[in-house]
Unconditional design. Structure first.
Length: 195
């Protein structure tokens, strides 16, 4: 066997070993990631957890029951910010959101909103629980601020986390003088920590 043929075989063998090692490492990493994901999966509800995420929504300057919309002329408002929630042993310890609001084309009406002081409507003392598919729904009242100052107190609110992926915040239109046009505020869950 000449030198060139021998080098080619050694090179081919080395490459094969490197590829096999890479597959083993990737398989091991995938197995570890799967174990980590499954460790966060439960078959029963949990009552101690925290989560946070981003607000990213578009509110149209019209009533939600409008039948026909000209999207080129209807005023559009961007909502962008963050939110967080913590529940300890079935009790809400915090729920807050801070987000920027302004017309799509910019302008002088840009402002911020703060959602704070959420009080759960829990007259029958049922603990808050995150379901096995990571869903939770809360109803109660909260305070809405504008540019850091209280604007509306005791706003009837429903917050729904769906499958640990999205958040929907529904503020009672009459409690905010129709400021959000009766439309829901949407966002995503970035982090979910189950304890």
């Amino acid at each position: 066997m000449d030198k060139d043929t021998r080098r080619a075989k050694i090179s081919l063998l080395t490459t094969g070993i490197m590829i096999a090692t890479a597959f083993l490492v990737m398989g091991s990493l995938q197995n570890q990631l799967t174990k980590t994901a499954l460790a966060q999966t439960s078959t029963k509800p949990t009552n101690t957890f925290s989560m946070n995420g981003a607000i990213g929504s578009l509110v149209l300057g019209m009533a939600p029951n409008t039948k026909t919309v000209d999207m080129t002329t209807v005023q559009k408002f961007i909502l962008s910010g963050d939110w967080s929630m913590s529940v300890n042993k079935g009790n809400l310890t915090s729920l807050a959101a801070n987000f920027y609001t302004g017309p799509v084309g910019g302008g002088i009406t840009n402002h911020t909103h703060q959602l704070s002081n959420f009080r759960v409507n829990n007259s029958n003392n049922v603990p808050i629980q995150l379901t096995p598919d990571k869903t939770v729904s809360l109803s109660g009242v909260l305070d809405v601020g504008t540019n850091g100052k209280k604007a509306w107190n005791d706003v009837h609110t429903t917050v729904v986390i769906s499958k640990g992926r999205t958040i929907t915040i529904s503020l009672a239109d009459k409690d905010t003088q129709s400021h959000f046009m009766g439309q829901q505020i949407y966002g995503i869950v970035k982090r979910l920590n189950i304890q």
